[in-house]
Design a protein around this ligand. Structure first.
Ligand code: PGA
Length: 262
């Protein structure tokens, strides 16, 4: 059964889409669709440059803002980067460890761990993305690999902050490919993630932490994931760029969790 205190969380990762102007216009379309759906947490993660405009447009609503990445250090000679203190007050959440950042910017689990610490130290909540490659998936190594990613990314954190965090399980072979995992498979891996969290920080933390599925989530497959007891929400790329689709995902999440036996 789904843990009653885990509020479903649907986060839209806009990636490198939308100018600041487009972002504000789009958010104005989203507000009336998303604002009534408060039985799930809704998070918008625009590009850095659009964050302040989006945050301003969302002021007074229950819709949260997130960033797509952050630097490990709080300040310094790091051209082109954004630090946790710069995001503090503007965003509630920060995605770290997204596979595109791991792949193109070379983020390691140790760096992701530093980023998580910086985010928590500045009063924000990390969404830690993990997931295996197609080769690892086919070799049956998904659970072991995700476990090792988590061991690194979640090392030595303040235990009381674990319940606030979000983990996103995103198999690489499902991101932007139209090839989603099955609900059952994602539920199994996510159950394993909860085990890893329990081993590191205890059962209470593991039962409280929210774990999303991500990878080609769309209205047509959302219920399959959200009906699973271990899955608490979704991290959504492509479908979050369409207002009706994103609202449909949130609605399906709420309906699915109301029907899972609680
Ligand atoms: P997608 O992206 O929904 O477009 O597959 C998911 C993600 O990268 O978070």
């Amino acid at each position: 059964m789904h843990h009653p205190t885990r509020l479903p969380i649907i986060a839209g990762n806009w990636k490198m889409y939308k100018t600041p102007r487009e972002a504000i216009d789009f958010v104005r379309t989203l507000i009336p669709l998303l604002e009534p759906l408060s039985a799930a947490e809704r998070v918008i993660c625009p590009p850095f440059i659009a964050i302040s405009g989006v945050a301003e447009a969302l002021a007074g609503t229950s819709i949260k803002v997130g960033a797509q990445n952050v630097h490990t250090q709080t300040a310094g000679a790091f051209t082109g980067n954004i630090s946790a203190p710069m995001l503090q007050g503007l965003v509630d959440y920060v995605i770290v460890g997204h596979s595109e950042v791991r792949q193109y910017l070379g983020d390691t689990d140790a760096q992701i761990n530093q980023k998580v610490k910086a985010i928590l130290a500045h009063g924000m909540k990390p969404i830690v993305a993990v997931g295996e490659s197609l080769a690892q998936h086919e070799a049956g190594e998904a659970a072991a690999f995700v476990h090792s990613q988590l061991r690194g990314a979640l090392a030595d954190l303040p235990a009381e902050s674990i319940a606030e965090m979000v983990i996103a399980y995103e198999p690489l072979w499902a991101i932007g490919t139209g090839r989603n995992a099955t609900g059952e498979l994602a539920n199994t891996i996510i159950g394993g993630i909860r085990h890893t969290v329990a081993a590191m920080y205890g059962d209470d933390a593991a039962q409280a932490i929210r774990i999303q599925y991500g990878g080609s989530v769309k209205p047509g497959n959302m219920a399959e994931f959200m009906m699973q007891p271990e899955i608490d929400g979704a991290l959504v790329g492509g479908a979050s760029l369409n207002a009706d689709d994103f609202a449909a995902l949130v609605r399906i999440a709420i309906e699915s969790k109301q029907h899972d036996g609680r």
